[in-house]
Every structure is written in C-alpha cells, then in structure tokens.
Design a protein around this ligand. Structure first.
Ligand SMILES: CC(C)(COP(=O)(O)OP(=O)(O)OC[C@H]1O[C@@H](n2cnc3c(N)ncnc32)[C@H](O)[C@@H]1OP(=O)(O)O)[C@@H](O)C(=O)NCCC(=O)NCCS
Length: 197
C-alpha cells in the first residue's frame, strides 16, 4: 500500500490516500491506468464537461491517460485523493470524486457520466467520500462550488453542509471561456449539522 505524506494546516499526519469505499450501489476506488479509456469515453460528452473547469473538449484517450498519471502522482506526493466511481458489480468507472489541493486549499470536485444522472448516484458517492475524508484527513475546511446553473451539483453540496461564500469568474476549458462560478465552503461543524437534518 502506498502511503502519502500529508502536511499543511499546522498539522502533520500520515494518510492513506488510496482508500476503497463501498456504498449500497457503488464502489469508489483509486484510479488505475486502465480507467483512462472509460474516462475518455464519458468525458467526450460536452454536457458533462461544460460544467467542469479544467477538462478540455474534445477529450481524447491521451487526455484520459494524462489525467490518470497526474492524479496517481498527486496521491503519491500527498496533494490529492482521486477515486474512480463504479456501479457495485461493474469493471469500468462511470465517474470520479476527488479532493485536490491538500498541500494548500483543499477543493472537492466530481463528475458522473450522463446515463447515470438523476438516480442519486452522486449524492451517495459524495456522502461516502466526505465521510472518509472526515474520518481520515486533517482537513478543517473544504472548498467547492459550481458554475451558475448547475443546480444538481449545488443541491448535493448543500445537503452536506457546503455554504455559498461568494461568486467568481472561472475558466471553463471545454467551452473555452470564463463563466460565473458559485463558490462554496464547508467545515465539519456544518457537515455534522447537515447530517442531523
Ligand atoms: C452534477 C452531477 C454530479 C449530479 O449527479 P447525480 O447523480 O445526477 O445527482 P443526484 O441524482 O444525486 O441528485 C442531486 C440532487 O440534485 C437534484 N437535481 C437534479 N437535477 C436537478 C436540476 N436540473 N435542478 C435542480 N435540482 C436537480 C436532485 O433532485 C437531487 O436532489 P435531492 O437529493 O434533494 O432530490 C451530474 O449531473 C454531473 O456529473 N454533471 C456534470 C459534471 C458536474 O456538474 N460536476 C460537478 C461540477 S461542480
């Protein structure tokens, strides 16, 4: 097992950034090189990538391979945890949940292939990932957000205690232009309060 060294926030702590998590319908596990083809297939869909900041369009297999290499390296040096999301019995991923910026400002992000939208899949995945982060990492607050109009994503974040803290302009690489972004932030007190309601 690879152990990432996680530092920052005045705390030093050894953390396993390669967990496997299970929910009733899903498995979340570390990204492997063989995932690149499925990522390339799902992220060829502009209806997915138009809501993401740093994903190009068109999206090719080489982009998927570069992404896999990047996130595997980031996990090794302790700066990110990136989990592929699979239906429980499936071999191929249909999405990703990630926490980047562990060496600075932790930022939470996720995407799901379009055929799986609207069934509570990402709510289930985000719940499992945040539960693991809460138990495993010394991260006091997490930032996230969504481009304006992404009501499903903001609803998921609200459910887990993320609060809107402002607006910004961010580049959407797939669309090739800056878009209005709703910035959110969550601390564990808000997370626990949201879990009780
Ligand atoms: C955003 C995304 C992750 C949602 O995944 P999902 O599995 O379809 O979401 P869920 O089914 O768990 O639904 C989330 C919530 O949004 C609600 N919702 C779904 N579509 C909605 C819409 N168009 N308007 C308002 N609410 C909506 C659902 O009812 C649900 O709320 P509830 O739990 O109160 O019923 C998925 O659509 C996706 O990957 N989109 C493209 C990439 C992206 O946006 N990533 C996030 C970037 S911030």
């Amino acid at each position: 097992m690879d152990i990432g060294s996680l530092s920052g926030f005045g705390l030093r702590r050894r953390a396993n950034l390669h967990p496997t998590l299970e929910t009733p319908r899903l498995r979340l596990r570390p990204v492997v090189r063989e995932d690149a083809a499925a990522f390339a297939r799902h992220l060829a869909d502009l209806e997915v990538t138009r809501w993401l900041a740093r994903v190009p369009h068109p999206y090719r297999l080489s982009d998927g391979l570069a992404f896999v290499d990047h996130v595997r390296h980031a996990a090794l040096i302790g700066s990110a945890v990136t989990l592929a999301l699979l239906p429980a019995e499936a071999e191929e991923p249909v999405g990703v949940v990630a926490l980047h910026g562990l060496d600075g400002t932790p930022e939470f992000g996720y995407w799901l292939a379009r055929p799986y939208w609207g069934c509570g899949v990402m709510t289930e995945a985000v719940g499992a990932a945040l539960d693991w982060i809460h138990r495993s990492l010394a991260v006091p607050t997490i930032t996230s957000g969504a481009f304006v109009g992404n009501e499903a994503s903001l609803r998921i974040q609200g459910r887990f205690g993320f609060k809107v803290v402002g607006r910004s302009r961010r580049e959407c690489q797939a669309l090739g232009r800056d878009l209005e972004h709703v910035d959110t932030r969550m601390d564990w007190q808000a997370y626990e309060k949201a879990a009780r309601t």
